[in-house]
Design a protein around this ligand. Structure first.
Ligand SMILES: Cc1ncc(COP(=O)(O)O)c(C=O)c1O
Length: 410
């Protein structure tokens, strides 16, 4: 088979296509083309709503704290604010202990990555090659974490047929016995699926039975237009054994550049994770933790944020209707469109950019091929509804309908 431009440069760099940044691959795919209309970028999940008004004043009043090295576990006011917020928000029967059951993170990405390494060190020896489970498609830090941990990454296809959630009952005892960690995403990126309470309960049961840790990525939990998503922590009992959940202010508070999040749950795992973080992970500047204290103490800006996303999803409902398999997701701000009848994901991405000036990302770039060669992201595009104003969103959606309808069957 002829090598594509992207596979040539990938092998030159020594990495498989699936291991490279999806965005680097997208840049390569689109590099021969210029946008046919003023560019609207919907490829990156970077919130564009306004930064909350309290950020500047809080930062200004803590400027002198830039003169201190931050401690790895986070300042006490941060741990109290974040633990209190999560315990209330998810109706936990036992509140998260701010001393032992929470650590600050420099955004959830680095935490998810380092947690894979910590998990491989923490769990008891496995029968066979240690493995880390993850959905497919998935957020790239999961596979990077599994690789750095020296574990086999096991990709669990998430498709329309299984409600875009890994099929837990398809996992063999042999696989579960060698699993050290399970990255679970709720709401999932890219499809926005949210597990039921029964699903979370079953994950906890499997983790306890087989002795692995659940790394539950919940950074989109505050972006929803219907029912508020639950947390894996609510299914983890009073000691949160074998479960940790990751949170972030990037999406909840439109602060992707602040780099503040946290991980909460199993105190035994977090003690070991803290040891690793203390020597290897990025600390979080103290003034930024004070901003986070203010953010977790305020829901007004979060409600406003959800209102703005709701307007965009209402537009998607109107403009897309049931085209391209569109359905409003249970959570998150991405839409996942089936373009298999419109030239496939790479060809549709090129056309949308070249003819419509809309930049999206091919679904196959967000997933890995399964053992049978099928890629569960193939045939889909991910569209991030992150533009600040609804007029731009409406314009992009109209252009997408026009361009894709022209490409039907091509
Ligand atoms: C599913 C998912 N998890 C984690 C992250 C990391 O976010 P942050 O490091 O900003 O908290 C992202 C960012 O887009 C994401 O989409």
């Amino acid at each position: 088979m002829a090598m594509t431009a992207s596979s040539r440069s990938a092998s030159a760099a020594g990495a498989q296509d699936g291991e490279r940044s999806p965005f680097a691959r997208l840049t390569e795919l689109l590099s021969p083309y210029t946008p046919g209309k003023p560019l609207i970028n919907m490829s990156i999940g970077e919130p564009q709503h306004p930064v909350p008004g309290f950020v500047g004043p809080v930062l200004a009043s803590h400027i002198s704290d830039f003169g201190r090295y931050p401690i790895a576990k986070g300042i006490e006011p941060f741990r109290q604010a974040a633990a209190g917020w999560a315990s209330r928000r998810f109706g936990l029967t036992k509140a998260i202990d701010p001393d032992t059951e929470i650590l600050v993170l420099n955004g959830s990405r680095e935490g998810l990555f380092f947690a894979g390494i910590a998990a491989a060190r923490y769990v008891s020896p496995r029968k066979g090659t240690p493995a880390i489970l993850m959905p497919n498609p998935f957020y790239p830090a999961y596979a990077a974490g599994a690789r750095a941990a020296g574990c086999e990454a096991i990709f669990l296809p998430t498709t329309r047929e299984n409600g875009f959630l890994p099929d837990l009952e398809s996992l063999s005892a042999e696989t579960l016995d060698r699993t050290v960690a399970f990255y679970l995403a709720s709401p999932a990126n890219p499809q926005g699926s949210v597990p039921s309470r029964a699903y979370f309960d079953r994950v906890k049961q499997l983790a306890d039975r087989h002795g692995f840790i659940v790394l539950s990525d919940e950074c989109y939990s505050e972006i929803y237009t219907g029912e508020a998503p639950g947390s894996m922590l609510a299914s983890a009992g009073n000691d949160f054994a074998n479960v940790v959940a990751f949170q972030s202010l990037s999406k909840r508070s439109n602060l992707p550049g602040l780099r503040v999040g946290f991980v909460a749950g199993d105190k035994n795992f977090l003690a070991r994770f803290h040891e690793l973080r203390n020597v290897a992970a990025p600390q979080v500047p103290v003034p930024l933790q004070h901003v986070a204290v203010a953010a977790y103490g305020d829901e007004t800006h979060v409600d406003e944020n959800r209102r703005l996303y709701r307007i965009k999803f209402d537009l998607a409902d109107q403009i897309l209707g049931n085209r391209f398999g569109y359905r409003r997701p249970a959570g998150g701000f991405c839409i996942w469109l089936d373009v298999s009848a419109h030239g496939g994901d790479e060809a549709a991405t090129v056309r949308l950019f070249r003819d419509g000036g809309v930049r999206v990302i091919p679904g196959s770039y967000l997933a890995r091929p399964q053992a049978d060669g099928s890629n569960p992201g193939a045939g889909y595009i991910r569209v991030a509804l992150v533009q600040q104003d609804s007029e731009t969103t409406a314009e992009a959606l109209h252009r997408m309908v026009d361009v894709l309808n022209e490409a039907r069957g091509s």
